[in-house]
Design a protein around this ligand. Structure first.
Ligand code: PGA
Ligand code: ZN
Length: 407
């Protein structure tokens, strides 16, 4: 039963160069660390992070309250944080402060019990552990690219190997990248990258990213599916129901037609955030339409809509607004709430994709989380970027450690 004797935090820079926090906690002679990412196309219903300087001050406050307390499991520790914060969106302590501590605590338990982190997370989950498919964002657009580069309207064009084996899957992503480079060169596109390490393609036609991926797939050796994240909340103008990007604009029906067209043409596996986070009726209409056309095997993925919040997931599932969900620990701010949100989504028969943020750190927590809770996918950007690669590599490390155990 670990007691935390000290916690210290420092301000570090994330992969975008912005400030974030890294926290270390101490219990006896065990020290564990965690750092927190941050998003750019953030959902407005996400838990609220504190300014990094404020987060460090809050850390001291939390440690004073935690003094001499024992916590038997992650949930007890997280409940203590929730109670101390006392708000529905962590606005007092900051979701970054609470998440860093919560992850540190999960790691502390793992070290103390001398078991892998994913096992601690699995104990908290109703699901069996299993390897997720990799969702690699290889063409970046939207808010994740400098506006002057004239990026595509959709934020992410994802390549998703069919293999579940992380080693084979990562090899497939790397070889896809090699082929993609040659296709981009043949189209006269220079090597430019967005926030998640994917290539930048300029243009206003949202289909162009998929056209290029498809051309690549024809010369690629291996089976991959595609997905997109439209991140439509950041396209929504709030005026006359119009989604806007540069000189282009679409209403929800026009967008739905584009989605159905590209889903069929490229055999898409998933479409994330197809509509604005507060336009649930548009999601419901789209889902109904897919059902009527018997195309309901498409994953319609909530991110800004659901923000890793069990209540919002429940509402969306009961309204039949989606059938899959993005799980991002920092949208909620504690490990146990994150796992509960994923479990609930699974109870509704939804697919679950654990995800990084566009501003990342070297922390590989989400890999243990994805494996530990048996997520269907892990979305962690392009492996050309170190802060993304560590997540994929951690999955491979887990696989190797399981193989060693068997021997
Ligand atoms: P964000 O984007 O981390 O910038 O919010 C990722 C996503 O929308 O999935
Ligand atoms: Zn998203």
């Amino acid at each position: 039963m670990p007691k935390i004797s000290a916690a210290k935090g420092v301000i570090i820079n994330d992969s975008r160069g912005e400030k974030t926090i890294e926290v270390a906690i101490l219990s006896g002679d065990i020290e564990t660390k965690a750092s927190v990412p941050s998003g750019k196309s953030r959902g407005k219903h996400e838990a609220k992070p504190a300014e990094p300087e404020k987060a460090l001050q809050n850390l001291d406050k939390i440690m004073r309250a935690a003094a001499l307390k024992d916590f038997r499991n992650i949930r007890e520790f997280d409940d203590f944080l929730l109670e101390l914060d006392g708000t529905p969106d962590k606005r007092n302590l900051g979701a970054n402060t609470t998440l860093a501590l919560s992850v540190c605590f999960a790691r502390l338990l793992a070290k103390e019990k001398n078991i892998p982190l994913y096992e601690i997370l699995n104990n908290e989950s109703a699901s069996a552990s299993s390897f997720p498919r990799l969702f690699a964002n290889l063409i970046n657009g939207g808010l994740h690219v400098d506006h002057d580069l004239n990026p595509l309207p959709f934020q992410e064009y994802l390549v998703i190997p069919q293999a579940h084996d992380p080693d084979e899957s990562l090899r497939s992503v790397f070889s896809f990248i090699e082929s993609l480079k040659s296709i981009l060169v043949s189209r006269g596109a220079g090597e430019r990258f967005g926030d998640e390490g994917g290539f930048v393609v300029s243009g206003v036609n949202p289909e162009l990213g998929l056209e290029i991926l498809d051309e690549t797939r024809r010369i690629h050796d291996g089976n991959v599916d595609f997905g997109i994240d439209a991140a439509a909340s950041s396209l929504y103008s709030g005026k006359d129901g119009i989604y806007k990007w540069r000189e282009s604009g679409w209403n929800n029906e026009e967008l739905a037609r584009i989605y159905k067209w590209i889903a069929k043409r490229y055999g898409l596996l998933s479409i994330e955030d197809p509509f604005d986070e507060d336009k649930e009726e548009e999601w419901i209409g789209f889902m109904r339409d897919l059902r009527d056309k018997e195309e309901s095997d498409l994953w319609v993925v909530g991110d800004d809509l659901t923000v890793t919040n069990a209540e919002r997931i429940k509402n969306a599932a009961e309204a039949n607004a989606a059938n899959a969900v993005i799980i991002k620990p920092n949208q909620r701010g504690t490990v146990s709430e994150t796992i509960r949100a994923a479990d609930l989504a699974k109870q509704f028969g939804w697919k679950v994709i654990v995800s990084h943020r566009s501003g990342e750190t070297e922390d590989d927590f989400i890999a243990d989380l994805a494996y530990g809770i048996g997520a269907d996918g892990l979305k962690a950007g392009s492996p050309l970027r170190g802060e993304r690669l560590v997540k994929y590599k951690r999955l491979i490390e887990i696989k190797k450690s399981l193989e060693n155990k068997e021997q």
